[in-house]
Write a protein that binds this ligand. Structure first.
Ligand code: NAD
Length: 247
């Protein structure tokens, strides 16, 4: 479904991002996976090559909160491959502090990665996609962007902002044939969920109409669909992959 496409995936070292990387590679794409540290990026690449020795993958660890660093990465990729077809903005962090304890530093940290980095990466690739007259940008939202959550207000606020950026940029970039969509996962089995108390995850799972948490591969399928030609007339969409959960 992605034969010959060049894709960048942020937060590609584990969880949903790594599942997206594997799905894209399985479908013929060349993937640049980004992580926060050289060590974790190389570990992910080793796992990928172990499973699929011919994988067309390489790694990078730019500071996503720096526009200059991300622009440098995009320029290097464009120079090497002559195009950038797909950008997946997936890197994200969460915190569940109460507003009574929430620090300014924690709020800034969440906003810098969850929304400013999405802006930076989009800003860095949009010009190349405009030149090509094609591109697909897929952001990672969350079910909490629909309802908020009862603690940790920074995280849902950042995901509401992701939806806003997605819908606005879909309208702005449509004329250049650049599609901008988001996937909104529900409770998905990754380190982010492993960090929650088990009772909380069990309680959440019991309340999900499909009766279980989602797997990263199931979420990755939505990214594959939106990245592919099968979604050629879909833009500005926030696609929920959440078993119909209401958190
Ligand atoms: P995870 O914690 O397993 O992976 C996070 C990824 O982000 C890692 O690859 C990590 O390297 C990268 N990352 C973290 N901090 C970074 C930084 N400062 N700079 C660059 N990269 C950094 O998380 P996940 O559950 O796979 O989440 C991926 C995305 O999905 C996030 O945007 C998250 O908000 C969203 N999401 C997850 C769930 C869930 O239930 N797991 C639900 C809804 C939305």
């Amino acid at each position: 479904m992605l034969k010959g496409k060049v894709a960048i995936v942020t937060g590609g070292t584990r969880g949903i991002g790594l599942a997206v990387v594997n799905k894209f590679l399985d479908n013929g794409a060349f993937v640049v996976l980004c992580g926060s540290r050289e060590e974790t990026v190389n570990k992910a690449l080793a796992e990928i090559r172990n499973r699929r020795p011919e994988a067309q993958a390489e790694g990078a660890w730019p500071d996503l909160t720096s526009l200059a660093e991300v622009q440098k990465l995009a320029a290097d990729i464009y120079e090497k491959y002559g195009k950038i077809d797909i950008l997946v903005n997936n890197a994200g962090i969460s915190a569940r502090d109460s507003i009574y304890q929430y620090t300014e530093e924690e709020f800034d940290k969440i906003m810098n990665l969850n929304i400013k980095a999405v802006f930076n990466c989009t800003r860095a690739v949009a010009g190349y996609m405009k030149e090509q007259k094609s591109g697909s940008i897929i952001n990672t939202s969350s079910v909490v962007s629909l309802y908020g959550q009862p603690a940790g207000c920074g995280y849902p606020a950042s995901k509401f902002a992701v939806n806003g950026l997605t819908k606005s940029l879909a309208r702005e970039l449509g004329a250049d044939n650049i599609r901008v969509n988001a996937v909104a996962p529900g409770v998905t089995r990754t380190d982010m969920v492993a960090a929650l108390p088990k009772e909380m995850v069990d309680r959440l799972a019991a309340g999900i109409p499909l009766g279980r948490v989602g797997e990263p591969e199931e979420v990755a399928d939505a990214f594959l669909f939106l990245a592919s030609g099968m979604a050629s007339y879909i833009t500005g969409e926030i696609l929920s992959v959440d078993g119909a959960v209401v958190i």
